[in-house]
Write a protein that binds this ligand. Structure first.
Ligand code: MG
Length: 224
């Protein structure tokens, strides 16, 4: 523990595609929005929309009832070992912080289903069957980003300023800056993040499931 009573090791983790197999936005775009909805993701990749605007566009286009939307959470395939792995990691002295450019509405529900309570920094939102999932910018967050809602790199920097060790795990394009702030042996990547890190020659550890990251860190010997 530090002088402030905060654990000396922190894992900052992405949520969609990292704690789950699939991204909520991608499942929504595939199955819960009308076919007339623009290809917001391509617009984001081309720099014509921010990441936040792309996700908000898909979420606001959802036209279904809450029951169907909740069923989609199953299709995200959250790591079934999440609760046990989080407990193991905490036992080894790690604090777990979720930093997500997605929406708290589904993150909180999925974590609750797993019976796990984690510190989450994400975008607030509420569901209305007639208007979709209405995601808002977290303008009062200390980690506010106008383009992503949550600035993951700012979360990493915050803990690095107060802790000896910060690890990061992620799978997407918005994770690159945060991932590059941590040492290579504490940088965990899969998916698009692994692709961009490979391209730039940045070392990382790959993973299949979030619980693999947790097990690796929990078993890691740390210098006194
Ligand atoms: Mg992700």
């Amino acid at each position: 523990m530090t002088a402030h009573g905060i654990p000396g090791k922190v894992l900052v983790s992405d949520f969609d595609g990292t704690m789950t197999r699939h991204d909520f936005y991608a499942l929504v775009a595939q199955s819960l929005v009308p076919s007339t909805v623009p290809d917001y993701w391509t617009e984001y990749r081309a720099g014509r929309l921010t990441h936040f605007e792309a996700l908000r566009g898909y979420f606001a286009a959802i036209r279904t009832d809450e029951e169907h939307l909740l069923r989609l959470l199953d299709a995200m395939q959250i790591d079934p070992q999440l609760a046990a792995a989080a407990a193991e990691l905490r036992h080894a002295g790690w604090r777990i912080v979720v930093a997500s450019a997605g929406c708290a509405w589904y993150i909180e529900r999925l974590l609750a289903r797993q019976g796990v309570e984690l510190e989450v920094h994400s975008n607030p939102g509420g569901f209305d069957p007639g208007r979709g999932l209405l995601m808002e910018l977290p303008v009062h967050s200390p980690f506010f980003s106008p383009t992503h809602g949550v600035d993951k790199a700012a979360v990493v920097r915050h803990f690095q300023a107060n802790h000896a060790q910060v690890a990061f795990a992620g799978d997407g394009f918005p994770d690159e800056e945060a991932a590059c702030l941590v040492p290579g042996d504490l940088r965990f990547a899969r998916g698009d993040l692994a692709t961009v890190l490979s391209r730039s020659g940045t070392p990382f550890r790959t993973f299949e499931r979030w619980s693999d990251v947790a097990s690796h860190l929990a078993a890691r010997r740390t210098a006194p």
